[in-house]
Design a protein around this ligand. Structure first.
Ligand code: AKG
Ligand code: FE2
Length: 217
């Protein structure tokens, strides 16, 4: 079997109340204000996520727009800083390395901030195996539905399979060595509390379609 390596570096932080995954703090004198800014940004992202979750609750027909708040209070969220360092374009074209392989994210919803490099793709839900470019929107956030949310809503929403690959051809490399440009992205993963039971919402299941997934904790 040929090994395909994912080439990236990441740093993650979450709520200080998450004692199962304590933050690995950088010393304050190494990057002054880094910690406090990241904590501020983490909670700003969560507040925006709460608004999105409220819109989703109304969109799927719940009468309580705050339905997802008690199970998603933010203490199990993760803010991930991602750096995809330059790699030879030929390695990616020959499938010796990839930026990030195809996957769906686990939690409730995911908000993704990215620079202008491009390379993010989603799988066409109607054509498995066919990937579509998601051009980097300026000053916008890309939002994905996570694997736990689809259990709540009984597949009324889909969790998006996505991957990161080479940017479009005209912008694929820099320099004589044909290296990719460094890419930076910041996903914020919103996940339910560890003790929450994720089970099909009554309004999303009747005989047609019945609940497709068992409750999980
Ligand atoms: O870097 C990106 O644009 C996507 C990151 C991602 O999908 C992830 O970290 O799960
Ligand atoms: Fe992802």
């Amino acid at each position: 079997m040929r090994q395909v390596s994912d080439v990236k570096e990441s740093y993650e932080i979450g709520s200080k109340s998450n004692i199962d995954q304590p933050n690995q703090e950088l010393p304050e004198d190494v990057l002054p204000d880094f910690r406090s800014f990241l904590m501020y940004f983490h909670w700003e992202c969560h507040h925006t996520a709460e608004t999105i979750l409220s819109a989703m609750a109304l969109g799927i027909g719940l009468s309580d727009e705050n339905h997802f708040r008690p199970t998603n209070p933010g203490h199990n969220n993760q803010l991930r800083l991602l750096h995809y360092p330059p790699v030879p374009v030929a390695d990616v074209e020959q499938h010796l390395s990839t930026e990030m392989g195809a996957h769906s994210d686990r939690g409730s919803i995911i908000m993704l901030f990215q620079d202008d490099c491009g390379g993010l793709q989603i799988e066409d839900p109607h054509n498995p195996g066919v990937f579509i470019n998601v051009p980097p929107p300026k000053d916008e956030v890309v939002m994905n539905v996570g694997d736990l949310m689809i259990r709540w809503v009984n597949d009324a929403l889909k969790s998006t399979v996505h991957r990161v690959t080479l940017p479009p051809k005209q912008d694929r490399f820099t320099g004589d060595e044909h290296m990719t440009r460094a890419r930076y992205s910041v996903p914020h993963f919103v996940s339910p509390e560890g003790q929450s039971v994720v089970e099909c919402l009554p309004s999303c299941a009747d005989e047609k379609p019945p609940a497709k997934y068992k409750p999980i904790e």
